[in-house]
Design a protein around this ligand. Structure first.
Ligand SMILES: *Cc1c(COP(=O)(O)O)cnc(C)c1O
Length: 462
């Protein structure tokens, strides 16, 4: 299996190269040249297997023999042993036919752990084999940074530098990053805002001279291995509810579209999925595009579901590539126009998308209402991201007979502000984190200057 770019002009790569590369040289994203399939019998045979074994079977074709089966099985097992629940991603029934898929039992209490626990280990495996080291740089306004740090803290061949805006990240989120005292983990508090931090990371990827030849790796959701890891829980949860003998639907709180795109890949692999409901907060580009064919940027809005605050959904490009019949030139033209002006999708691709996807947007006031309503009806306290999904699933589902699985993307303790605003006293952190506020922290404060940040990275990488 080879991987090709959504803009059609970058060289095809192997799995190993794709994991180490991130964005394609033509500005596109990598996607498998052919999507492997899981037959009816293969899906049926997954019933009752452990999450790690299902994960191995779903991902093995993508790895393409570039990691031998025994080693890959070991990597997968180790990655998911870090989760605090034996089911890894348990299903929780909300009503007769609506289920929550709890993706927040990993080390940082949000679904990004599912992908990043695996990605760190895969990167480390390839780097060790090549006798190379690599540097990871990322900017975070909270969520992704801690998941990336937790995914890399045990990796001998990786040094990770995460930039966050100084004094502008919640204490719990900061401490989830800064209390990891591993030798290869460097937290940098930038005296600026998130955009300053992001701009310095981008500039560092664009010109990597300051690293004198050491590879810089991206672990954001444009990395194919993250999508691949997320395909697994769609398969595992559907099988638990009776697939392949019956179809299910999914509702996905969405931002960069990596999560729901993984669901679409699961469907393309043969999983019987009736419908995907895309839930957005007030940053509703995905909803506007699907509903009104308004594919345009709008001002960023700060919401109670901050991990879904985006202007552009980077992984939507992968779905556009499929909807446009894998015409890289058409995707490139559309996205270049989109950069400068409001645009719209062509009729045929839009119609194709609407066959599989519905959408619903949920504003802040509604998020609070939903947290209260869901608690009243089910005794569950939802985190604000999951709350958008709960509402969208009820409003946009096509039928009541197909089981609806809403993805619970974060633990409510992680987003206490919304929970308290909804009128609850808060939610305790789970036992493995209950001393988080007493743990020792380590981070370096730097000015928002590219040269200072790059000098820090160059000096401290091992
Ligand atoms: C990242 C994140 C999302 C959005 O996921 P995408 O893959 O970017 O669509 C939703 N909820 C939480 C809690 C997140 O951390």
């Amino acid at each position: 299996m080879r991987y090709i770019s959504t803009r059609g002009q970058a060289p095809a790569l192997s799995f190993e190269e794709v994991v180490l590369t991130g964005m394609a040289s033509d500005g596109g994203l990598y996607i498998p040249e052919t999507i492997p399939t899981l037959g009816h019998d293969e899906l049926a045979a997954m019933a009752g297997l452990s999450y790690a074994e299902i994960a191995f079977r779903v991902m093995q074709p993508y790895v393409n023999g570039e990691i031998d089966d025994d080693t890959f099985r070991g990597i997968v097992k180790e990655a998911y042993a870090t989760f605090s629940h034996d089911a890894v991603v348990p299903l929780n029934q909300l009503d007769a036919n609506h289920f929550l898929l709890e993706l927040f039992h990993g080390p940082t209490l949000a679904f990004k752990d599912v992908a990043l626990q695996l990605l760190g280990r895969i990167l480390d495996h390839f780097l060790k084999k090549r006798g190379e080291r690599a540097v990871i740089m990322g900017a975070t306004s909270g969520d992704t940074g801690s998941a990336a740090i937790e995914g890399c803290r045990h990796c001998d061949n990786l040094d990770i530098f995460i930039l966050h805006p100084h004094n502008r990240v919640s204490e719990v989120q900061r401490r989830q990053m800064t209390t990891v005292l591993a030798d290869n983990v460097f937290n940098v508090a930038i005296e600026g805002n998130f955009d300053d931090a992001q701009a310095m990371v981008k500039a560092s990827f664009a010109d990597q001279g300051f690293l004198e030849g050491t590879r810089l790796v991206a672990v954001n959701s444009i990395n194919w291995a993250r999508i691949m890891a997320q395909v697994v829980y769609y398969v595992a949860s559907a099988v638990a509810l009776g697939a392949p003998h019956r179809a299910v639907s999914f509702c996905v709180p969405s931002a960069n579209f990596g999560n729901v795109f993984a669901g679409y890949i699961a469907k393309r692999m043969g999983l019987p999925v009736k419908q995907f409901v895309i839930a957005t907060n007030a940053n509703d580009i995905l909803h506007r595009t699907l509903c009104d064919n308004d594919f345009s940027k709008q001002e960023l809005k700060a919401t109670l579901a901050p991990s879904m605050d985006i202007v552009v959904s980077s992984n939507f490009e992968r779905l556009l590539f499929e909807a446009y019949g894998r015409d890289g030139a058409a995707v490139k033209a559309l996205l270049e126009r989109f950069q400068h002006e409001p645009t719209a999708l062509a009729e045929a691709p839009l119609a194709t998308l609407r066959e599989s996807f519905a959408s619903h947007s949920v504003d802040d006031a509604t998020i609070l209402e939903v947290i209260r309503e869901a608690h009243h009806r089910t005794q569950e306290i939802l985190d604000p991201h999951t709350a958008t999904g709960y509402r969208a699933a009820e409003r946009a589902r096509a039928d009541a007979t197909t089981p609806m699985i809403t993805l619970a993307t974060a633990h409510p303790a992680k987003f206490a502000e919304a929970v308290v605003k909804a009128g609850f006293p808060g939610v305790p952190l789970p036992p493995h984190m209950d001393d988080l506020l007493e743990r020792e922290e380590r981070y370096t404060v730097l000015p928002a200057e590219l040269s200072a940040v790059q000098a820090f990275v160059a000096e401290n990488r091992r």
